[in-house]
Design a protein around this ligand. Structure first.
Ligand SMILES: Cc1cc2nc3c(=O)[nH]c(=O)nc-3n(C[C@H](O)[C@H](O)[C@H](O)COP(=O)(O)O)c2cc1C
Length: 305
C-alpha cells in the first residue's frame, strides 16, 4: 500500500508534509549541494521585509541544553532582492516555495505581500507575526488576537494563495491566537515559533546575546510544540503545521499524531542538513508498517488522553 503524502492547504497542494522552517534554511540555494531539495514538501524562506535588514549585533546565536537561543533580528535581503536574486532559483524546484513575511506595521506586511503577488512562482505565504508592532508600542503582533485577525483579513484581501499564520508560543493561550487567524481568513496556522529565553554570562554579568533575550528552538522546545499543536488542532478547523525540535521521523510523527497535517524541520538542519529527507522517509516507513494510507488516517489512529 502506498501512502498519499499530499496535503491540501487553501486552494493548493503540498507534495508531501515535510518542509524546512523559516530562518533555518536560508533561501534554499545554500543547501543545494547538501541534499536533494526536490524531496522537500516546502521551503519556508527566511522572513522577507520591505527593506533589507542587517540584523542584530553578534553574537546572534548561543547554544543551550538541547537547543539554541537566537536573536538574528530578521536579517534579510528585502523584498526587491528576494524577487530578483533568490526566488528565480527556488522556483525551479518541485517543492512549494512559501515566503515568510515580516513587518513592523500592518502597512509593511501588506506592501511586502503586494510585491510578492507579482511572482507567479510563489506557492503561498507564512505570516511571521512575532514581530514588534512599531505603531502599538512594540508589542508583538502575534500576542494580540484582535490585531492578528485584522492583519490576517487585510492580507487575505490581497491574495488567493495559501495563507498561513505562524503562531507564537509566547502567549497565555495559543488557541486564542490560532482562532483569530482562522477568523481572519487564514488557510492554515503553523506552530510554534521560538520561545523567549535568556542566557547570562556570569563572568561578564550580562546576557550573552547583545539583544538581551532571544528565541529558543531545538529539541528542548519539542514537547511544548507538540502540546500546542495538539491544543490548536482541536481549536481550529483549518490545517495545523507542527514545528519545534524535530530531529527524527519519530519526532515528526508525534506532531502528526497530535493533529498536525504537515511539519517543518528548523534547528535540526544545523546539525544534519539531511534530517528533513530522513524525516519524510521515516514517516513513509512508519505508515507502511502501521498500514496507514494518509495523514488523515494517522490522525484517526491517535488515542485521546
Ligand atoms: C536562526 C533562526 C532564525 C529564525 N528565523 C525565523 C524567521 O525569519 N521567521 C520565522 O517565522 N521564524 C524564524 N525562526 C523560527 C523557526 O522557523 C521555528 O519556528 C523555530 O526555530 C522552532 O523550530 P525548530 O526547533 O525546529 O528550530 C527562526 C529560528 C532560528 C533558529
Amino acid at each position: 500500500m502506498s501512502m498519499d503524502l499530499r496535503i491540501k492547504i487553501g486552494n493548493k497542494i503540498l507534495p508531501n508534509p515535510v518542509g524546512v522552517a523559516s530562518g533555518t534554511f536560508g533561501y534554499g540555494g545554500e543547501y543545494e549541494k547538501l541534499i536533494d531539495l526536490a524531496k522537500l514538501g516546502a521551503i519556508y524562506t527566511k522572513a522577507v521585509t520591505l527593506e533589507p535588514r542587517e540584523g542584530n549585533e553578534i553574537p546572534r546565536i548561543v547554544e543551550t541544553p538541547s537547543g539554541i537561543l537566537n536573536s538574528i533580528g530578521l536579517a534579510n535581503v528585502g523584498v526587491t532582492r528576494f524577487l530578483s536574486e533568490k526566488l528565480p532559483a527556488l522556483a525551479k524546484l518541485p517543492c512549494a516555495v512559501v515566503a515568510n513575511v515580516a513587518g513592523a506595521t500592518e502597512a509593511e506586511y501588506m506592501a511586502v505581500v503586494e510585491r510578492l503577488e507579482s511572482a507567479a512562482q510563489l506557492w503561498g505565504y507564512e505570516i511571521n507575526v512575532s514581530c514588534p508592532n512599531v505603531k502599538h508600542g512594540g508589542m508583538a503582533f502575534g500576542t494580540d488576537p484582535q490585531q492578528i485577525e485584522r492583519l490576517t483579513k487585510k492580507i487575505r484581501a490581497l491574495t488567493k494563495r495559501p495563507l498561513i499564520v505562524k503562531c507564537t508560543p509566547n502567549v497565555t493561550d495559543i488557541t486564542v491566537i490560532a482562532k483569530a487567524a482562522e477568523a481572519g481568513g487564514a488557510d492554515a496556522v503553523s506552530c510554534i515559533n521560538t520561545l523567549v529565553g535568556m542566557v547570562i554570562d556570569t563572568a561578564a554579568k550580562r546576557p550573552v546575546l547583545p539583544a538581551g533575550t532571544g528565541g529558543l528552538s531545538g529539541p528542548a522546545v519539542r514537547p511544548v510544540g507538540v502540546a500546542m499543536t495538539y491544543r490548536v488542532s482541536r481549536a481550529v478547523s483549518i490545517p495545523v503545521i507542527g514545528i519545534g525540535g524535530i530531529m527524527t521521523a519519530d519526532d515528526a510523527i508525534q506532531y502528526l499524531l497530535a493533529g498536525a497535517s504537515a511539519v517543518q524541520v528548523g534547528t535540526g538542519t544545523f546539525v544534519d542538513p539531511s534530517i528533513p529527507v530522513k524525516v519524510l522517509e521515516g514517516i513513509v516507513e512508519y505508515c507502511k508498517i502501521e498500514k496507514i494510507a494518509s495523514i488523515k488516517e494517522l490522525h484517526s489512529r491517535f488515542s485521546q488522553p
